[in-house]
Write a protein that binds this ligand. Structure first.
Ligand code: BTN
Length: 245
């Protein structure tokens, strides 16, 4: 319940000490007709990541799924993923760490020339012809170091206590403020905290590998890459890997 976290948010909060996946639970709530509900868990036993990967979800991490029904076309769903990534980045930055977003939705800590992933976003959606039926933005933030190469956690970086409650509160406030904005403002907020723009990138897509310079994001969240001979727009769902080349 909301009480067990003491959160003050414009959403219904459903809290679980442990659950299989907060995204799975949010879908179940959506299918029962719910909206504006946030599922929060202290641990997940079957956390889901992008591209059918699993998401390590030991106790004490942040596992949040925000269910809503934006009255927008399904093609705009990627904007909510970007908004989730910006909200997460802002919440991490408020702890004093220099977080940035690697397109489309990895939240990284960048120090010297190493990047470590601290959070990820997985959006799941049910679309109708002209509008989103429901949409869940699932956010996972590592607290302890997950022990995976290239990943880190908030507590591991900060060496001090991080209040989960305060962190989730900031995350939800930030997401709520962003989701009310128009697409251009969401993209503008994303650009401010992007790690990817201006970099040389190598992206695997179904049509082959694209190598070039990432120059912008455009609605509804595509990455614009300039290669030697053309400018291409890449869509998040299509891209397997993005490496800074
Ligand atoms: C990624 O692959 O980077 C995305 C990871 C998303 C994990 C979060 S944790 C809360 C929510 N519930 C899930 O099962 N997955 C997302």
């Amino acid at each position: 319940t909301a009480l067990s976290l003491g959160l003050d948010a414009p959403f219904e909060i459903e809290y679980h000490e442990a659950i299989d996946s907060t995204n799975r639970r949010a879908r179940e709530l959506a299918e029962d007709g719910a909206t504006d509900t946030v599922v929060v868990a202290n641990a997940q036993t079957a956390g889901r990541g992008r591209l059918n990967r699993s998401w390590e979800s030991p106790p004490g991490g942040v596992y949040v799924s925000i269910l809503s029904r934006p009255d927008r076309p399904p093609a705009e769903a990627p904007l909510y993923t970007l908004a989730g990534a910006v909200a997460t980045t802002r919440a991490v930055r408020e702890t004093g760490l220099d977080a940035r977003i690697k397109w489309p939705n990895d939240v990284l800590l960048v120090a010297d020339d190493t990047e470590s992933k601290i959070a990820g976003i997985l959006t799941e959606m049910q679309g109708e012809t002209d509008r989103i039926a429901w949409l869940t933005v699932g956010i996972g933030v590592n607290m302890d170091d997950p022990g995976i190469e290239g990943a880190t956690g908030l507590r591991a970086e900060l060496d001090e206590h991080v209040s989960l409650r305060a962190f989730v509160q900031r995350l939800l406030e930030s997401f709520e403020a962003l989701r009310e904005q128009d697409p251009e403002s969401i993209l503008a907020s994303w650009r401010e905290v992007a790690a990817t723009l201006g970099q040389r990138v190598r992206v695997e897509t179904p049509d082959g590998v694209v190598v070039g310079r990432a120059v912008d994001v455009e609605p509804p969240g595509a990455l614009v890459v300039e290669t030697n001979d053309e400018t291409v727009s890449l869509h998040a769902g299509d891209c397997e890997h993005l490496r800074c080349a």
